[in-house]
Design a protein around this ligand. Structure first.
Ligand code: GAL
Length: 367
């Protein structure tokens, strides 16, 4: 089992039904457990509370939810947390959705650990709560989780870093630096743990050396997923651990926005661009990959993730249990959350054209 702290079993291909979840809140309102589920009215309000727009996937998700929910006949209330007061913003947005009678509340959490009260209030009002992309921790009232498999994202990043360095320089030892995401985002630790599950054996064997010796998630964190924080940490690392002709061979970056900031820092220091990983398939990073700068990104097609979430909402509306495919991996500290996990795909210059063939935002690409 993967809790939000540990590694998971691999998700099987078989699709499971959330049999145990059948006895949850929606049943609790009914005196007769055998009474069929009624669902809710087709034109009900669905709330979607998203974090600040810290990467392109969040920008895209807002539009896709607004349009997709309306097309399905629902009323949509899609909100973003502001950049500076994210937690308080999101808490009051969710409170307002509960007050307005939302039947489902989809949450991309700004801070995984700060929403238990809101989730509980939503639950008490009869709403179903779905964590979107980021898990919400320490609440037994969360109903479902829908995301790309975040631990696998980390594993793919760790492997890409090793592969990329080997392509450039067949034999080690390799010197690297590690970056992780914002500490309040539950995904940050899952990405980092996934990557370290691949990198740690190479570090232990001496084939990979972390130049700065900064290997803990605390030391490597990037508050708020802000590019400027990653850039200034990289500046500091270069000034301290890479004096003279020393240069890192690779940098583990958890996403594209930070990858570009790290590359900017290295270029500013007049050093060769190392192998840098990423995530999110951002337009500028895909250009950078095609130009031979950033090494890799991850394709987590936001269109698919939003579509899957809306499929879950439709099932709830019809009074059915939403389809899930994982009942093992994501323990939020209170319970294992029934999840639907999608498969992330690693993208380098090699497979970019193929990977983005049907993505109008990025394609067509030529090597
Ligand atoms: C994560 C998300 C990533 C990235 C990051 C920063 O939670 O899974 O894809 O976008 O937030 O916004």
């Amino acid at each position: 089992m993967r809790t939000f702290l540990t590694k998971s079993v691999v998700v099987g291909a078989a699709t499971l039904l959330a049999l145990t979840a059948c006895g949850s809140e929606r049943d609790a309102s009914s005196d007769d457990p055998a009474e069929p589920e009624a669902g809710f009215a087709q034109d009900s309000l669905i709330g979607v509370a998203l974090p600040a727009k810290t990467s392109e996937n969040w920008v895209l998700a807002g539009d896709l939810f607004t349009n997709g929910l309306k097309e399905a006949g629902f009323q949509a209330d899609v909100q973003y947390a502001g950049a500076s007061t994210t937690v308080a913003d999101q808490q009051s947005q969710i409170n307002a959705m509960v007050t307005k009678g939302a039947k489902v509340i989809v949450i991309g959490a700004t801070d995984a650990a700060q929403l238990a009260t809101q989730v509980s209030q939503a639950k008490q009002s009869g709403a179903t709560v779905i964590a979107y992309d980021r898990l919400i921790t320490n609440t037994g009232d969360l109903d479902y989780y829908v995301a790309f498999d975040n631990f696998k994202v980390g594993e793919l990043q760790g492997q890409a870093l090793l592969d990329g360095m080997k392509e450039k320089k067949p034999n080690g030892p390799y010197t690297i630096e590690l970056f992780s995401g914002s500490p309040d985002d539950n995904n940050s630790k899952v990405f980092f743990d996934g990557a370290m599950s691949i990198l740690q054996p190479a570090i232990d064997s001496g084939d990979v050396v972390v130049g700065s010796k900064q290997t803990s998630i605390k030391q490597t964190a990037t508050q708020g997923w802000e590019a400027e924080n990653a850039q200034s940490r990289m500046d500091t690392l270069l000034n301290s651990a890479y004096t003279g002709s020393k240069a890192p061979d690779g940098v583990l970056s958890p996403n594209d926005n930070l990858a570009r900031a790290i590359i900017t820092s290295v270029e500013g220091a007049g050093k060769p661009v190392p192998v840098v990983t990423g995530q999110d398939s951002e337009v500028e990073s895909v250009k950078s990959i095609m130009a031979g700068q950033q090494y890799s990104t991850i394709n987590k097609d936001t269109r698919k993730l939003v579509a899957q979430t809306i499929t879950m909402v439709k099932a709830l509306q019809a009074g059915d249990e939403p389809e899930i495919n994982d009942t093992d991996s994501y323990d939020n500290g209170e319970k294992v959350i029934p999840s639907y996990l999608l498969d992330p795909v690693i993208v380098t210059k090699e497979n970019a054209a193929e990977a983005y063939a049907d993505d109008p935002k990025l394609g067509p690409l030529t090597k």
